[in-house]
Design a protein around this ligand. Sequence first.
Ligand SMILES: Cc1ncc(COP(=O)(O)O)c(C=O)c1O
Length: 466
Amino acid sequence: MVAFQGGAALITQEPELAHRYSSANAPRSVFGFVIDAIRVISRAIHLQLPMNSVSSTDTHTDRFCVPDSLGFFGPYGGMFVPETLMTALFEFEQVFREAMADPAFVAEYEDLLRHFVGRPSPLYYAERLSEHCGGARIYLKREDLLHTGAHKITNAIGQVLLAKRMGKTRVIAETGAGQHGVATAAAAARFGLECVIYMGRVDMRRQALNVFRMNLFGATMRPVDSGQQTLKDAVNEAMRDWVTNVRDTHYVVGSALGTHPFPLVVREFQRVIGKELRAQFAEQFGRLPDEMAACVGGGSNSIGFFHEFLDESSVRMVGVEAGGRGITEGQHAARFAGGRMGVFQGCMSYVLQDGDGQINLTHSVSAGLDYASVGPEHAYYRDRGRIEYGYATDDEVIEALKLLCRLEGILPALESTHAVAYALKRAPQMRPDQVLCVNISGRGDKDVHTVMESLGVKPEDLVECS
Ligand SMILES: Cc1ncc(COP(=O)(O)O)c(C=O)c1O
């Protein structure tokens, strides 16, 4: 296995990371061998372990110790995929590690982040929102200002570069909110690759603006009519396509979830969010934030935002999931509030499922959080108590969105607004000398129709008012 090397400035700033990433260097214990045995057995029979079998005695304290060489974050993660994909996944991991150690690749990627994506994204003081809440000062990391309107482009451009490096001529992706689809379509257009996007019919309706943007970028849309016609169904169809066309096609996974090595690859591309934030805090305040909050769908914006600070015990971190209409089966997508350990779409994680292991229906006002499982790294840090998780309901989210629009002139994506809703409750409990930083993962233009519907506003009402 090729370890990361120090030349990869953006991804591996610290030279000792080559050592850190080499799982051969990880300390082994009897406990480690037992866990490995459980992994092998669970892989073989797709075992669904009860939550109380999760061990909290894992001794890793270093954020670069996970995932291990098999793609596991403690008991979570792994590669639960059809045999036909294994070669492609091993090749992808190999190419990824080599690319990250290649200064030419890293330089091209950093150049694209700066000139195509628009990084670094600003850190913004939400002064009127902070005054309204009382308590902590609230800062917003403005990923909504990036090209195509969300953090997703940072990962999409990285994976499209890797697809090119592997000699692939076609990329596919699935998308819920449409932001990852738009980002992949834009990146594919930039490099002249064929692009096919799978999207549930329900999501296509609620994110029609993004569907049209993908069309403009030359992507072929494949509507998905199976199941709930949302993200998990689109993932199934994308997997089917990939199994059939794996020779010339790369599947650009949009979040830090699914089979290894995607949780690792996506985290590494999104880590730039936290790196920028750390530098911005150092420059502007000479200190770290006291608390950070981000929404959690699959978990990419949040793990990218948090990762740089995981070793900083003074920084509290909170991930906010979709509470939907409340924590009743089928009415939400808060995996840590109602889920338990299971295998779903390529990896072991917390999954919303019934007593027989059937995947529950989910609901959220935001398409991008409306998913039954969560990235395995989040499950790992949740069990260790390093990242805390809560949820915001649809109603709280709509109220928070209205408030941010009115007080700051910022229209956040419904996904990101979950973290804003948390901040509205949390900031008043904090001191005025403390700083709460919220990741605004995307902008809300795509959600205007959903918000109008939630508020009972019809287009003809707007004409009457003006
Ligand atoms: C703007 C925005 N934020 C957050 C998410 C959730 O994804 P993740 O948890 O991978 O950041 C999405 C997903 O589509 C999104 O569009």
